[in-house]
Design a protein around this ligand. Structure first.
Ligand code: NI
Length: 256
């Protein structure tokens, strides 16, 4: 059994067939966590989770969607649902913003902090998205988690940093998640090699980032096995061992 710890069957790309895709994954032993990117998609993730055993939800606000206000009480109520296992996806993304545009950065930081506070209040882990912002993200994470070994800190999803940054996150109790990117890019081989398997999660981030050999098709949770295969290969482990350990990691972190 594998767990796709970051899927988006709640997005438009799966509008016509989300339930079929979920059934196909479950029948093949793949459970999943669907992550919200705003309020509507968070609500949709909860609806899907309520329909299927083995399907869970994360509720949150993606940094690229931070034009809306983050309504703390409304998200809190949604997050209290028993199938909600994390707050996210949330984080910082400076990739698309103009260099030096401090107002957008500050707004992202403010909304991220509110979600950290919600996660801490509800004792749920965070699913963090970070692109070209690891310096600021580490600073914020440190201010909350440096001396807090809660055991439910969270995960850096679709990890885009270097080995040193991965180690800093791990020291503060965070897991590191990889997806299909590692099947077509060698950029993270060293981080994967040097990160203990106990600190690694697997995910698809579907419908995006389809792994080899399915490039060009829409991604789906079933393909998470390709990520496990590549991690096994890099670390010289068996696929079985890699699957079992990453599933155990996800179960412990998300309490499922
Ligand atoms: Ni995502």
């Amino acid at each position: 059994m594998l767990i796709d710890t970051h899927a988006h069957l709640n997005l438009e790309a799966f509008k016509g067939d989300a339930e079929e895709v979920i059934k196909r994954a479950l029948q093949n032993g793949v459970q999943m966590i669907n992550a919200g990117v705003d309020f509507e998609t968070s609500k949709k993730a909860v609806e899907l989770a309520e329909k299927f055993p083995g399907v869970y939800a994360a509720v949150g606000f993606h940094p690229n969607d931070s034009k809306e206000e983050f309504d703390y009480p409304v998200f809190k109520e949604l997050a209290l649902n028993s199938k909600v296992v994390a707050i996210g996806e949330t984080g910082l993304d400076y990739y698309r913003i103009e260099k030096g545009d401090l107002s957008v950065k500050n707004r992202q930081k403010e909304i991220f902090k509110k979600q950290i506070e919600l996660a801490l209040e509800l004792k749920k882990p965070l699913i963090i998205h970070c692109r070209e912002a690891h310096g600021d993200l580490l600073e914020i994470i440190k201010s909350y988690f440096l001396n807090l070994k809660s055991g439910f800190n969270g995960v850096l999803h679709s990890f885009s940093g270097n080995l040193e940054q991965a180690e800093k996150y791990r020291e503060m109790g965070f897991k590191i998640a990889f997806n299909g990117i590692i099947t077509f890019s060698r950029d993270y081989d060293e981080v994967i090699l040097k990160t203990p398997i106990e600190d690694i999660l697997i995910e698809t981030d579907c419908p995006f980032l389809t792994p080899i050999p399915y490039r060009g098709k829409r991604n789906e949770p079933l393909y998470v096995i390709e990520v496990a295969k590549r991690i096994a290969e890099i670390k010289g482990l068996s696929l079985e061992e890699t699957g079992e350990q990453t599933t155990k990691n996800a179960r412990e972190l998300f309490g499922i």
